[in-house]
Design a protein around this ligand. Structure first.
Ligand code: RBZ
Ligand code: NIO
Length: 337
């Protein structure tokens, strides 16, 4: 499948023509939820989660049959500044590990019944060092976003977008700072575990990258300037999911930085997405606040790869099993008070 855009104007048009959920299906689901054998509201956020999903899928008794975890990988020029605890080669090595089934996210995808696809993006061509130059050309940005779009299986009924890219917490922090403002240190965390000196170098790179493009208010240009390809691809995938009416579970800090670009580009662009978890990367809580999303889980994860989003598939499965499988008061002969 090709992506339905070839230039930034085409992409902007897609951001302005966002499909809405099916209000009738959602109302049917809400009516059903009100009759199920439980005190109203007793399943807490599971109830709103199930109704949200029902609306996007256009059915009042949905089940999860084909969840997809799509993982995008990219390399970052900024790594040469010593902003990660690991070398850039690890990105390609981990792609091999994903393909062989050995990574954490492989186990989680299997445990929660999801298909996993892996999409390396020009790994031998790192993005430009965003401190001194644009991370990507316009052509690079469009190619990465189109790769993200194409990666989404139109037959999937849920998408988790994940990433691998040594140095990408630095790029994600720079994007967040450029779009949300504040101080570099508020958005900069330890990623793979940099020491204090590494954290200081990283915050400096984040500050300088954002300062280089100060005044740039176009979220797509901010993404192009600060990178990287896997972040752009996640943004493309989340937007494709919207057009296919596939609900999305967001992952950690890096995935949420990709989501922030869409959120700032078009209000409501993330209505088809929920936050899977709040991780340990400092800045993730602030980023979720900027997105206006409350996380489903909070487990201290700081891995990425789509791991937290994939874990949250279990929560969604539980929510849908209750909405679609429970008996009503009338069916079960239970007095409804
Ligand atoms: C073995 C290994 C597996 C990973 N899986 C995800 N990440 C995570 O760590 C990286 C971001 O951290 P930083 O910005 O500090 O480089 C990303 O690749 C992210 O997916 C990994 C990192 C490593 C080392
Ligand atoms: O929150 C994340 O996605 C994250 C945090 C640390 C390292 N890699 C990813």
């Amino acid at each position: 499948m090709t992506a339905p855009f070839t230039d930034l104007a085409g992409l902007r048009a897609l951001l302005q023509e966002l499909p809405a959920p099916d209000a009738a299906a959602q109302a049917d689901a809400a009516a059903r939820n009100a009759q199920l054998t439980k005190p109203m509201g007793s399943l807490g956020r599971l109830e709103e989660l199930a109704l949200w999903y029902a609306g996007w899928r256009g059915t009042s008794r949905p089940r999860l049959a084909r969840p997809q975890v799509a993982i995008f990988a990219g390399n970052h020029g900024v790594v040469a500044r010593g902003v990660s605890a690991f070398p850039a080669e690890v990105t390609a090595q981990m792609v091999g590990n994903f393909e062989a089934g050995g990574a954490a996210v492989n186990q989680l995808a299997r445990a929660f019944g999801a298909t996993m696809t892996v999409h390396p993006l020009d790994l031998d061509r790192p993005t430009g060092d965003f401190v001194t130059e644009p991370a990507m050309s316009e052509a690079d940005l469009l190619a990465a976003m189109a790769a993200g779009w194409r990666a989404v299986d139109p037959e999937a009924d849920l998408l988790v977008a994940g990433e691998m890219g040594i140095g990408n917490t630095c790029a994600a922090s720079a994007i967040a700072l450029a779009l949300e403002g504040g101080e570099a240190r508020d958005w900069t965390g330890r990623g793979t575990g940099v020491d204090d000196a590494g954290l200081a170098r990283k915050a400096e790179a984040v500050a300088q990258g954002a300062a280089r493009i100060v005044g740039e208010s176009d979220p797509l240009q901010v993404l192009r300037q600060l990178g990287g390809r896997e972040i752009a691809a996640m943004a493309g995938a989340i937007l494709a999911a919207r057009h296919h009416r596939i609900p999305v579970i967001l992952d950690g800090f890096i995935c949420c930085s990709a989501a922030l670009v869409l959120h700032r580009a078009a209000p409501g662009a993330l209505d088809h997405a929920v936050a899977g978890h709040q991780g340990a990367e400092s800045g993730h809580a602030r980023l979720l606040e900027a997105l206006g999303k409350a996380p489903l889980l909070s487990l201290g994860l700081r891995l990425g790869e789509g791991s937290g989003g994939t874990l949250a598939i279990g929560v969604l499965r539980g929510a849908l099993a209750c909405l679609s499988g429970m008996a009503t008061f009338a069916e079960a002969g239970v007095s409804d008070g």
